[in-house]
Design a protein around this ligand. Structure first.
Ligand SMILES: [Cu+2]
Length: 102
């Protein structure tokens, strides 16, 4: 009886540990390579020629994205090679991370 209870406790803890690990796995963002075609500060949109976006299941193309933070539009300019992360948020496809590709 005692060992059954301890088995249940161990199983329960293991289950919690698995749940605890999941967000870490989910947080690994695969950045997509792209090139900035146009930065439009007035409409807060950026046009990118991008490679395959795995998390969105999107093949390479040139398209406009919204940005999570308008300040991101000051970090890059047309012609820059970039690495970025885009997500399907309520306001549409949105770049949530962008950095110049050195
Ligand atoms: Cu696209």
């Amino acid at each position: 009886m005692k060992s059954l209870i301890s088995k249940m406790i161990v199983t329960g803890l293991f289950g919690l540990a698995c749940i605890g690990l999941f967000p870490t796995v989910h947080a690994v963002e695969a950045l997509t390579s792209g090139e900035v075609i146009k930065v439009d500060k007035a409409t807060k949109r950026i046009t990118l020629k991008h490679g395959d976006i795995k998390n969105l299941g999107m093949p390479g193309m040139t398209m406009a994205f919204g940005v999570k933070d308008p300040a991101m539009l000051n970090q890059v300019k047309a012609g820059d090679k970039v690495k970025f992360f885009a997500e399907d948020l309520k306001g549409g496809l949105t770049v949530t991370r962008i950095e110049r590709d050195k």
